[in-house]
Design a protein around this ligand. Structure first.
Ligand code: NAD
Length: 457
């Protein structure tokens, strides 16, 4: 497997992928190690994860540079991801103890029956991860999984393998036993071979297409499956919103991480009353984005991690939109430089017949559509198979909530977007997936309840 720097196409490293034999050996090691890990007092596991948090903080610069080199994430954004990681780990450290505590629902009085719930770890879980936020989407799974006593087979994306190995090293240095957290190296076929193994849960982050394949492959297994998938997230700017603020915020929501976020704003609806000032501000903001070397701290738009695959998707979406009557305000083509860069692109006069308003772009492209009323905006926002997030910009909370409450999405934003909090559940609806990470729901996901009916005699 070749690991490539998407900023220039050069090979960073070549590595062997796991084979069926190495995979079987890893599965058996991780399975055997799980019971002893689960038997350790919670405080010991928590201490190990606390050390991991400190370790990634100490190694921030080195880890950020590795992420930037192999994924192309602008270095300032790689640092942001690592800075925010500590807060996520802290949330899990603070709440996991309560989630695993026994619950006594009925005490045994005078020969009666005690009723108790005990929370057991799932056992061995497979964590098949994406590359776009490898620290976040990885840690959303392996941190609560380890805290609750599971062992983990972790397959980083083939586009973020070096970062995955950095995570593994930091966990082992912090005291997670080598067989309790084991990385699996390779692309899609290795992922497919991994989920076929005797694991007790599969926690996947990636595209709807792969999620569907995984759901089909696991249908007969009756194990816990969580699928955190893609999105086509809308934002609506009402006529009473401040166009300058809304344009700056939604542009950042659309183009941060070079548009490669599951919850990136991918569709913008703007009330006709503020269409002109909004679009003017949006265009100016996007034209101001610095594209270039991702190791430069001033760069905001980097190369695309999935390289040719991503460029081909964006070429196709733009060509389809232009063919159907859309107009380009900015960008619309590959950048004239080495590496896998696409110019930040704003399309107007778009319709829902166009791929750019229906299929996930996962790149620096946004379609903007004029609407006449909240009802029209609401209907267009709801016209999607995805259901990850939706945003409304307006000074009126009541107006925003009236729209957001009717949408079938896991996350609703008023005057903000592209935001994730460890305290709140992160979940998709429809093609955006099933299951939940983060919040206390995202800890419960790694536990199974056992009901005890206990009589003394
Ligand atoms: P992907 O589906 O191509 O790959 C994800 C992972 O699955 C990789 O590790 C890959 O090697 C593995 N894989 C591929 N085929 C497999 C198979 N048949 N069986 C098992 N594993 C297989 O997605 P990606 O390009 O890594 O990530 C981008 C996608 O992830 C986007 O759609 C994005 O929206 C989504 N995403 C969602 C969230 C969320 O929380 N909802 C977060 C980040 C990314």
């Amino acid at each position: 497997m070749r690991i490539v720097d998407p900023a220039n196409g050069q090979t960073l490293r070549e590595m062997d992928e796991d084979t069926r034999e190495t995979l079987t050996e890893k599965v058996s090691r991780a399975r055997n190690a799980q019971r002893a890990w689960a038997a350790r007092p919670f405080a010991e596991r928590a201490e190990v994860l606390r050390r991991f948090r400190d370790r990634v903080t100490e190694q921030r610069e080195e880890l950020a540079l590795t992420l930037t080199r192999e994924v192309g994430k602008p270095i300032a954004q790689s640092r942001n991801e690592l800075n925010a990681l500590a807060g996520r780990i802290d949330f899990f450290l603070e709440h996991a103890a309560r989630e695993i505590e026994d619950e006594v629902l009925l005490t045994a009085e005078a020969g009666g029956t005690e009723e108790r719930i005990r929370h057991e770890p799932l056992g061995l879980v497979a964590n098949v991860s994406a590359w776009n936020y490898p620290f976040f989407v990885g840690a959303n799974v392996f941190v609560p999984a380890l805290l609750t006593g599971n062992s983990v087979l972790y397959k980083p994306s083939e586009y973020a393998t070096l970062t995955g190995l950095g995570i593994e090293r930091a966990l082992h240095e912090s005291g997670v036993p080598r067989d309790v957290f084991v990385s699996v190296i390779g692309g899609g076929s290795v992922g497919a071979a991994l989920i076929e193994q005797r694991v007790d849960g599969v926690f996947f982050t990636g595209s709807h297409a792969t999620g569907t394949r995984i759901a089909q492959a696991l249908a007969h297994r009756m194990i816990r499956v969580q699928l955190e998938l893609g999105g086509k997230d809308p934002a609506y700017v009402c006529d009473d919103a401040d166009p300058k603020h809304a344009a700056a915020a939604t542009a950042d929501g659309a183009f941060y991480n070079t548009g490669q976020s599951c919850c990136a704003v991918e569709r913008l609806y703007v009330h006709q009353a503020i269409w002109e000032p909004f679009v003017r501000e949006l265009e100016a903001t996007v034209r101001g984005f610095a594209m270039g070397d991702p190791t430069d701290a001033n760069t905001y738009i980097g190369p695309l991690a999935r390289r040719e695959l991503a460029l081909a998707t964006l070429d196709d979406q733009v060509a389809d939109a232009l063919h159907r009557g859309a107009k380009l305000l900015t960008g619309g083509r590959r950048a004239d430089r080495p590496g896998f860069f696409f110019e930040p692109t704003v399309l107007v006069d778009v319709t829902h017949e166009m791929k750019v308003m229906r299929d996930e772009s996962f790149g620096p492209v946004i379609g903007v559509m004029k609407v006449r009323s909240d009802e029209e905006a609401r209907e267009l926002m709801a016209d999607t198979e995805y259901g990850l997030t939706a945003a409304v910009y307006s000074p009126s909370r009541a107006r925003a909530e009236a729209i957001l409450s009717t949408l079938d999405v896991g996350t609703a934003y008023w005057n903000c977007c592209d935001r994730v909090s460890p305290r709140l559940p992160w979940s998709g609806r429809g093609h955006s997936g099933i299951g939940c990470t983060l919040s206390t729901y995202g800890i419960e996901a790694f536990l199974k309840p056992k009901a005890y009916h206990l009589r003394a005699g």
